[in-house]
Structure formats: structure tokens, C-alpha cells
Design a protein around this ligand. Structure first.
Ligand code: S3P
Length: 450
């Protein structure tokens, strides 16, 4: 993540108690898609309670460079912001004069590459140093097969990505090699310009926000089991209608508080209106399997996605074994789950977590380094992680220590939560990265110390 160069190092002290109610930032994945679909559709769409994180603001910036108007309706409130998007429709987008800056956001880069593959213009997508290290061959290959021209640095593997889009594209059947909602979404969004039926076979069903939101905007798309896989089928060449979206609280942000509440010796926290979509809620269920006391009350608010208030309280956690499918379902929450495992009795094993090495940082290396510094017995062997926990950790059994976040928002927030559970001071070398997905995280951290 690029910061202004001003040090944002922070010291986190242990919390004697954790109490409170939180409204989390709007879901990052849903906000990206709401912005992109509002930009594709001709007309006006309101996005209410969307994420005000840097990643979603990168998506808004890219759309603005293409001629879409994105206006904020009032000041942000705890990482949530209402936006009004006005678009002339994708057919009337203007070719961007400069490089499109996706910042730190893989979702912006990969989803917009899909959209631009089906838009007849020349565009370059780039980002910060972290994004320039993230794989793009996984989108270039299917989008080329659909008929677009794409190139990237380092033998077409790393950003920046140049795209010469085309319409119509050819419909394809795609079988991603690793489960990825970003790859699926790139193919579906390109498929809006394709003639025929687009199919994506997923070994594990990944988050289905793109499918739900396309369907709500008039596109024929559905998912169903097929031959032991999950098959997503979309009729190409569809028109996307403008539509308002109410964005639920981000379950990936909730994960940090669920772990804090379960692992702390004196905690009760309520998280309001959290998105509990079945393809996103794995972290809630995995923590439940570890013994976390999480109460779930459904919220009827008329949002397109299911929501619930979650109340978590001090729990006796025990170890868990996760396989590659669990990792795919909880891909963004594995760092927080590693911290939960450190505070659980027994040895937890996480297998097949290789995709974590290709996130905003190498999260396997970062979590092993950081939790080791805090006194946890944790090791990695290739793509597998082993953590020997200690239920007594919740009585401040973690050792406060300096830790490196590697400018990765999810590592920064995991280590900050660890600091609440530690004895002494935990100092993070930077805290600015949290704003990628959760701008108010450190003020919420202070509020939750009862
Ligand atoms: C996302 C998909 C996941 C996830 C990312 C957001 C999305 O990435 O890690 O934070 O919104 O589609 P992959 O598709 O690369 O697994």
C-alpha cells in the first residue's frame, strides 16, 4: 500500500474488558460490484452504506476516469458512505487519457479488466507496489480466449495490464485453476459483451455477489451443482439496469471482532447488520466449530443480501483443522483465524493455503513472523500452517512485541487485535493500511475497551 511517507506506527495496549456495539464499514466486495454495475448501467444508482475504504475509492476513481460521475451524499460515517452514481452507460464511456490507478486493490484491477475487455477502447490498469506483485495471468488467459487483447509485465503475469477491448466477445466455458471470485467475476463481467452462454466451473463455490447483483439488474445468471463442481451460467449480451443497493456490514471486518470477543477473557461485543451471505459466512461457522459463542439475530432491512446482528462473548476455544476448501471459503479471514487458533487449546492445522501468499502481502510469511514475535508456536511448511494454541492466552498470554504489518490491512488488524489480548505493549510498524478496508478500525479499537 502506498502511504504518504508519514510514519503511522501505533502502540496497542491490552484491554481489561471489551464491551460495545459496532456498525462495521460497508462490505468491500459488494461495494466494488455496486459501483462497477452502476457505472455499466445507463442512469442513476444510489449505493447506501457502501465501504469508504481506499480500495472501493480506487474503483470509484477508475470509473470517474471513464466518464462516470460518483458523488458522495454526505460525510462518511464509520467507514460507510452513501454515493450517487450517474452514468451515460458503458457504451458512452470515454477512453481514459491516463493510466487507471487501482491502488492496492486486486478486486478493482481484476473486475475492471473484465469490464474493459468487453469495451472497445484502449486502457492500462496499474496500482501500487503490492498490486504490481499480484498475479494477473489468471484473468488474461480467459479474457484473451473471449477475444480481447491483453498484455502485462513479466511475460503477461504482473501488472500493469494493457487492454484493448472488443465487442462482441466470444462466450467461453472457464475452469479457474484456483477458486477465485475475482476471476469468476472478470469472466462474467466480460460476458456482458459476449454472444452466447458463458459458463464458469468452480471447484468450490466462491462469493456469489456478482451473480446476485447481476440478476437483480436484469441479467440471466444462475449457479447450480454439476459434476461435483459449482457451475455458474450466464446469458451473454445482456443489458444491466441501474438499481439502488443497500450494502450490509462487512463480514470480513466483523471477523476481527469475532476473534477478539471469543478470545478475550472478559468480552461481549455486538456487531450490527453484518452480511451473512452463505458464500461469505464461513468465518462465523468455523469459529463456531472452535467453540466461539456467537449469537446471530437475523435483520430484516430489505437489503438484497441476508444480514444479522452478531453477538460474541468470551469462549473456550479449541483447535481446528482447515482444508483447502475451507481456506477458499474464508480466504480473507485466515489471518484472524490464525490468531483464534493461537488462543485455542490444541494444535490447529491449515492446509492448502497457498493463495494467501498472493494477497496484498505473503500472508503466510507475515502471520508466522508476527504471531511468532508475540510468542505463539506457529510454523509454515510450504502452503500449510500449524499453530499450537493455548487457551490461557486469553488471560493476556500473548507477549506484547514489535510486529511488521507488511503494509497489509488484514495483518495490521489481526496484530492490533492480538495487542488487546497481550501482556504489555504491541507495536505495529504502521497502521495506515487498515484504511484499505476499514478506515475507522483504530478508533473502534479504542471504543471497544470498556
Ligand atoms: C474478492 C475475492 C477474493 C478476496 C478479495 C475480494 C472479491 O479474492 O480475497 O479480498 O471481492 O471478489 P480472490 O478472488 O483472488 O480469491
Amino acid at each position: 500500500m502506498s502511504t504518504s511517507g508519514v510514519s503511522s506506527g501505533i502502540v496497542v495496549r491490552p484491554a481489561a474488558r471489551l464491551r460495545g456495539r459496532l456498525r462495521l464499514p460497508g462490505d468491500k466486495s459488494i461495494t466494488h460490484r455496486a459501483l462497477i454495475l452502476a457505472g455499466i448501467a445507463e442512469g442513476t444508482s444510489r449505493i447506501l452504506g457502501g465501504s469508504d475504504g481506499l480500495d472501493c475509492n480506487s474503483t470509484a476513481g477508475v470509473l470517474q476516469a471513464l466518464g462516470v460521475t460518483v458523488e458522495r451524499l454526505g460525510p462518511p460515517d464509520g467507514g460507510r458512505v452513501d454515493r450517487l452514481v450517474r452514468s451515460p452507460g458503458r457504451a458512452a464511456w470515454r477512453e481514459p487519457v491516463g493510466v487507471l490507478d487501482a491502488g492496492n486493490s486486486g478486486t478493482t484491477l481484476r473486475l475492471m479488466a473484465g469490464v474493459l475487455a468487453g469495451t472497445p477502447m484502449y486502457a492500462i490498469l496499474d496500482g501500487d507496489a503490492s498490486l504490481r506483485g499480484r498475479p494477473v495471468a489468471r484473468i488474461i488467459e480467459p479474457l484473451r480466449r473471449m477475444g480481447a487483447t491483453l498484455h502485462a509485465r513479466s511475460a503477461d503475469t504482473l501488472p500493469p495490464v494493457t487492454i484493448v477491448g472488443r465487442a462482441p466477445l466470444t462466450a467461453i466455458v472457464h475452469r479457474p485453476r484456483v477458486p477465485s471470485a475475482q476471476v469468476k467475476s472478470a469472466v462474467l463481467l466480460a460476458g456482458l459483451s459476449a454472444e452466447g452462454t458463458v459458463q464458469v466451473h468452480e471447484a468450490v463455490p466462491t462469493r456469489d455477489h456478482t451473480e446476485r447483483m447481476l440478476r437483480a439488474r436484469g441479467v440471466s445468471v444462475h449457479g447450480a451443482p454439476a459434476d461435483g463442481a459449482w457451475l455458474v451460467t450466464m446469458e451473454g449480451g445482456a443489458t444491466v439496469r441501474a438499481l439502488d443497493e443497500q450494502v450490509p456490514g462487512d463480514v470480513s471486518a466483523a471477523a476481527f471482532w469475532l476473534v477478539a470477543g471469543a478470545a478475550h477473557r472478559d468480552a461481549e461485543l455486538t456487531l450490527e447488520s453484518v452480511g451473512v451471505n452463505p458464500t461469505r459466512r464461513a468465518v462465523i461457522d468455523l469459529l463456531g466449530r472452535m467453540g466461539a459463542r456467537i449469537r446471530e439475530e437475523p435483520v430484516a432491512e430489505g437489503a438484497a443480501e441476508p444480514m444479522a446482528n452478531l453477538t460474541v462473548s468470551t469462549s473456550d476455544l479449541h483447535a481446528i483443522d482447515l482444508d483447502a476448501d475451507d481456506v477458499a471459503r474464508a480466504i480473507d479471514e485466515i489471518p484472524a483465524l490464525c490468531l483464534a487458533a493461537a488462543c485455542a487449546s490444541g494444535t490447529s492445522r491449515i492446509r492448502g493455503a497457498g493463495e494467501l501468499r498472493r494477497k496484498e502481502s505473503d500472508r503466510i510469511a507475515g502471520i508466522v513472523e508476527g504471531l511468532s514475535a508475540l510468542g505463539v508456536r506457529i510454523s509454515a511448511d510450504g502452503d500449510d500452517i500449524e499453530i499450537t494454541g493455548d487457551a490461557e492466552r486469553r488471560s493476556f498470554g500473548l507477549a506484547g512485541a514489535p510486529v511488521h504489518t507488511h503494509d497489509d490491512h488484514r495483518l495490521a488488524m489481526t496484530f492490533a487485535i492480538a495487542g488487546l489480548l497481550a501482556e504489555g505493549e504491541t507495536s505495529l510498524d504502521e497502521s495506515a493500511s487498515a484504511a484499505v478496508s476499514y478506515p475507522g478500525f483504530f478508533s473502534d479499537l479504542e471504543r471497544m475497551r470498556a
